[in-house]
Design a protein around this ligand. Structure first.
Ligand SMILES: [Mg+2]
Ligand SMILES: [Zn+2]
Length: 242
């Protein structure tokens, strides 16, 4: 979506895996603790045969690990060093921040509450919209509350529908993500920050976006925009058209 007017009263939606974290937590779990048949399920998803909800449901049924094992793995996943400064920038600018993820609340909460990150009060007001994961012995139960009824895309968590629900007061939606499952969110946002597979998708489809590598760049962009008196859509020179 192309916007030329200044974007006022932004609200920021963040993908989690690969955006807030370096490594995808779900991939890490599958690679470490799932029966190898998870790969065939992934191929079906990549080919567009199944949505991410059906994909994750089938894949998580193949995982066998204790909570302690999963926690240890999650504790090894790095968080983008610009995440804290992005939260600070948004707090200072009155920009609400929410996490919208196809991944699991269990993993997200474990990772962002890691004491060493010191995120504590920075996370006040940050809501997490994600798939649900609960241990059942060494098995794991996945559940998908956003929305309860599967959407037309078959999303695990339907990012555009969460965004539509939260922008009700007319805020301008800003989305930052990295993956193929972010494409519906990117199509729905007023301003998109993209890296990785999402950036490639945006380039291919001509979706207007700001390319970034780390969240510090998103923070700097928003900080500058706020100091200039409003968030402006990217200028001609920063558009990426391939
Ligand atoms: Mg991602
Ligand atoms: Zn959807």
């Amino acid at each position: 979506m192309q916007t030329t007017a200044p974007l006022e009263q932004p609200i920021l939606f963040l993908d989690f895996d690969g955006t807030v974290t370096g490594r995808d937590a779900v991939d890490a779990i599958l690679e470490t603790y799932a029966d190898p048949r998870w790969v065939a399920v992934e191929e079906q998803w990549r080919a567009g045969c199944i949505g991410s909800r059906a994909c994750l449901l089938a894949q998580m049924a193949l995982v066998e690990a204790s909570s302690a094992e999963l926690d240890e793995l999650l504790d090894s996943i790095e968080v983008d060093e610009g995440f804290a400064s992005l939260l600070d920038t948004c707090a200072a600018g009155g920009i609400p921040v929410h996490i919208v993820s196809d991944g699991f609340d269990y993993c997200i909460r474990r990772i962002i509450s890691r004491p060493r990150l010191g995120l504590g009060s920075r996370l006040e007001g940050v809501r997490v919209f994600a798939s649900r994961l609960e241990p059942d012995g060494r098995r794991w139960r996945a559940d998908f509350p956003h929305p309860r009824e599967s959407c037309v895309h078959g999303c695990a968590t339907c990012k555009p529908s969460v965004m539509a629900m939260l922008e009700r007061e007319g805020r301008t939606s800003v989305f930052a993500g990295d993956g193929l499952s972010d494409r519906y969110a990117a199509a729905a946002a007023d301003l998109v920050f993209a890296k990785g597979a999402l950036a490639a998708h945006c380039r291919e489809r001509g979706v207007w976006h700001v390319a970034y590598e780390g969240l510090a760049e998103v923070a700097a962009y928003l900080d500058e925009a706020l100091r200039d008196g409003g968030l402006e859509a990217p200028r001609e020179a920063s558009r990426v058209n391939v």
